[in-house]
Design a protein around this ligand. Structure first.
Ligand code: KIV
Ligand code: ZN
Length: 507
């Protein structure tokens, strides 16, 4: 059976600490609830020793958490930090202490100013102390230990492994192996993770916490899961120091696509991403995978055609997911540029609730391309204007001047044909019939093959609502020709539609 990932959210700690304006308690409470709604089972709520404000928010969040969510607090590997952490999680139903120290040779020498033996001893003592204190406080001992800068521990990896064995003996159940700074290839990093995993055995949970300095954090996390990591530390919207932490949404969706039951509510991802962006004031960039404004846009004709043909399927052409999977309903954006084609026109006009045929979109395509070549992408409104201009108002030899009812079933049709005035009275059981009869009298015989009426301003009151008539006329040379026209008067919409069809036939 496929393993389930254990998602550990770090938005309120690693994410928050990187913000220009870290969140207030109220904001943190709100975000915490959103994380719980996503069904993420564990949340790192803060770093109590970092400030009074952080201590207080950790205390409140720990009180708020129910028994469904594990709350964890960060502490450096010293007694003072651990005491503050213990105090902050006092009221939590399910709590963890997450302590850390670097064991990277570079960092120990240049930043920590300790020998590796000194750093290792601090780590062992911290885990031992935290474990005993949790037992004393009658709390289930749950300790995570992180080797900060694990990615830089290639040279002393054997030493790190021996220290970790000791740390596990002292009570740490989860060993987090952060790529604190992403410097190299994912597989190089993961081969180190694998070595630790094999040395510690299956009872120890291996956790990954990948920063995204080179943009490969998601890849490393996903491959790390398949290599055996049980806990995945992720941040909403990929927030975090520098280029951020591993993006939760990307990891959850990628695992889902690989057939893994993620246990989280994927359908809340998009709305949560928008909220987090608003609250963090960190914009979701246009091309951000899955949630970016442009992430589901298609502009080339071939891509648009494939995407539209597979729109309602779970597995789509030119897209990684059906957007509804993450609760995204702003749809796959189809824009019209000089690279686009008929399918885009068809989809845009249909999307605006106007009728159109593929033949009509083929007809409109060169006009739209010509505009797009000089101005760039056309807005849906501009495509509609083109449609109204070129399809509903076709210029040609026929120019309608007036069409008036003069008596019951009697209409007066007045128009120009090749600039020559024409007028006839038409009888009929409606405007279409009467107009065609009047035209016939003047020598323009037509074969009506179809007639349709659409209401296009359904949201407006009836005095303003316009109707669209679509009149199909069969022509010996051109086959079925559709004339469309829009007017607040249905009778005029009908007659204009007939004239638009005639202008196509006689052009
Ligand atoms: O990036 C990192 O190494 C960390 C640790 C504190 C886990 O955030
Ligand atoms: Zn981090």
């Amino acid at each position: 059976m496929q393993r389930k990932p254990f998602f550990y959210d770090i938005t309120l700690r690693d994410g928050n600490q990187s913000l220009k304006k870290p969140w207030s308690l109220e904001e943190k409470l709100f975000i915490f609830d959103k994380i719980v709604e996503l069904n993420i089972p564990a949340v790192e709520i803060g770093f109590p020793a970092s400030s009074i404000m952080d201590f207080e928010s950790c205390t409140k969040l720990a009180e708020r958490a129910g028994d469904k969510t594990l709350v964890s607090v960060l502490a450096r590997a010293n007694k003072n930090d651990i005491d503050k952490a213990l105090l902050a999680i006092k009221e939590a139903k399910k709590a963890r202490i997450h302590t850390f120290i670097t064991l990277s040779p570079f960092h120990m020498e240049h930043v920590l100013n300790k020998t590796q033996e000194e750093a290792a001893q601090m780590a062992i003592n911290a885990v031992d102390y935290a474990n005993n204190q949790l037992i004393k406080a009658s709390k289930a001992p749950d300790i995570e230990f992180s080797v900060e800068h694990f990615g830089d521990c290639e040279k002393n990896l054997d030493f790190v492994i021996e220290v970790l064995k000791e740390i596990v003996n002292k009570g740490a159940k989860t060993i987090n192996l952060p790529n604190t700074v992403e410097r190299y290839r994912p597989l190089k990093f993961l081969s180190m993770v694998e070595k630790v995993k094999n040395a510690l055995g299956d009872d120890v949970i291996i956790s990954l916490h990948n920063h995204n300095d080179l943009g490969m954090a998601t890849a490393t996390t996903i491959e790390g899961f398949f290599m055996g990591a049980g806990q995945l530390e992720c941040c909403l919207n990929g927030l975090g120091e520098r280029a951020g932490n591993t993006d939760f949404c990307q990891v959850a969706v990628a695992l889902h696509n690989c057939g893994v039951d993620t246990g989280v509510d994927l359908s809340k991802i998009y709305e949560t991403a928008l909220l987090i962006s608003q609250m963090s004031k960190v914009k979701i960039y246009e091309k951000a995978p899955l949630v970016g404004p442009e992430a589901l846009a298609h502009r080339s004709g071939i891509h648009q055609d494939g995407a539209i043909k597979t729109k309602d399927l779970d597995f789509g052409a030119y897209r990684p997911i059906n957007p509804s999977l993450i609760g995204r309903f702003d749809d796959e954006k189809i824009g019209f540029t000089s690279q686009s084609g008929k399918t885009a026109i068809y989809d845009i006009i249909k999307g605006l609730k106007y009728p159109i045929t593929i033949k009509e979109s083929v007809y409109l395509t060169p006009f739209a391309k010509q505009i797009a070549e000089s101005k760039g992408e056309l807005t849906p409104q501009e495509v509609l204007e083109l449609y109204l201009d070129k399809i509903c108002n076709i210029q040609g030899p026929f120019e309608l001047i007036t069409f008036k009812q003069v008596d019951k079933g009697v209409f007066d049709l007045f128009f120009n044909f090749k600039n020559e005035r024409k007028e006839a009275i038409g009888l009929g059981n409606g405007p279409v019939d009467a107009c065609l009869n009047a035209l016939k009298k003047l020598g323009f015989e037509t074969k009506l093959s179809n007639y349709k009426q659409y209401s296009i301003d359904a949201d407006k009151d009836s005095s303003q609502a316009r109707a669209m008539s679509a009149i199909s006329i069969l022509d010996d040379n051109k086959g079925e020709v559709i004339g469309r026209a829009i007017d607040t008067s249905t009778a005029l919409a009908n007659v204009k539609a007939i004239f638009n069809a005639l202008n196509q036939i006689y052009s």
